[in-house]
Design a protein around this ligand. Structure first.
Ligand code: PDD
Length: 285
């Protein structure tokens, strides 16, 4: 763990209760992973971190280069046997219990490093079930889901339903009732050979993995479109999968009460998974 440039062990890493990240959820974060010691899609994660921070009028105290060095130091200090999960948290910092940003002169920058855990082999091979969450994704005019913010209550509530239902993830709709994204990942479907994913205007987190998968699709010549999707569209989808940093691509075979296609991972999903794995080495920092 690294807090503001100092390394700590897991049990010694402490942040003040007066940190506005703790008091108000006032902060942003990124999750990236390494392959071996090397971060994957680092530039893309940094772009999104800065974009999220800008929306809160918060500035990251480090350049990309310095943050990469800090991540490398923290990963090296953790001396993990395998790949690392890296969570970067940037909060308003420590100050009086008032909303005035001037109360917190210095942001807090935390880097958490722990072992990366792949999704279960059965999930990757056989596909997973998603709960259809009853909680609606935040309205973009409220806490915009495009901000990767530490306010994760909307996501936590959706995941509570998934845990209750024994589902792998929770798919949320937006305020218009369109399919939006999952609590921790983006959603794709394949219909008649075309890869479809909800548009950013649905009000979602623009996943770094989502972007990378769209690049993989373009390289493979798989047609892909951002497309408004409704629950009723799931009946005509032949395939579905979710994407995120920690899960890469995981096939989805059931959403709520709807079986997707023939209930098994499909060929387009498989091709994308293979292309994804092949492209990883070219995008490590
Ligand atoms: N979650 N949507 C939401 C709401 C997410 O929290 C995430 C990522 C994604 C996928 O984004 P990306 O491909 O950039 O990881 C989509 C991370 C992994 C997390 O919170 O742990």
């Amino acid at each position: 763990m690294n807090i503001d440039g100092t390394l700590y062990g897991r049990d010694d890493a402490r942040v003040s209760v007066f940190d506005h990240g703790f008091l108000f959820g006032e902060g942003v974060y990124e999750v990236l992973r390494t392959y071996g010691q090397r971060p994957f899609l680092f530039a893309e994660h940094m772009r999104r971190l800065r974009a999220s921070a800008d929306r809160l009028a918060l500035s990251c105290p480090l350049s990309d280069e310095d943050l990469l060095a800090r991540i490398r130091d923290t990963v090296a200090a953790a001396a993990l046997p395998g790949d690392a999960y890296v969570r970067i948290l940037l909060t308003r910092g420590v100050g009086e219990i008032v909303y005035d940003p001037a109360a917190c002169p210095t942001p807090t920058l935390v880097v958490i490093v722990k072992p990366h855990v792949d999704p279960p082999v059965e999930a990757v091979r056989g596909g997973v079930r998603l709960a259809l969450a009853s909680v609606v994704r935040n309205h973009p005019g409220s806490v915009d889901p495009a901000i990767k913010s530490n306010n994760l209550l909307n996501n936590a509530l959706a995941m509570q339903q998934a845990y209750r239902e024994g589902a792998f993830e929770a798919l949320m709709k937006n305020h218009r009732g369109e399919l939006c994204e999952c609590a921790q990942s983006n959603i794709f479907v394949v219909r008649d050979g075309v890869l479809l994913t909800p548009p950013t205007s649905a009000g979602l987190l623009v996943g770094v993995t989502r972007g990378f998968v769209l690049e993989c699709a373009a390289d493979l010549g798989v047609p892909a479109e951002e497309c408004v999707l409704h629950e009723t569209d799931l009946a005509s989808a032949q395939e579905s999968f979710l994407t995120s940093t920690t899960r890469e691509i995981v096939p989805v075979v059931r959403i709520g009460a709807q079986t997707i296609g023939d209930g098994a991972p499909g060929p387009v999903t498989r091709r994308l998974m293979t292309a994804f794995a092949a492209a990883v080495p070219s995008r490590l920092s």
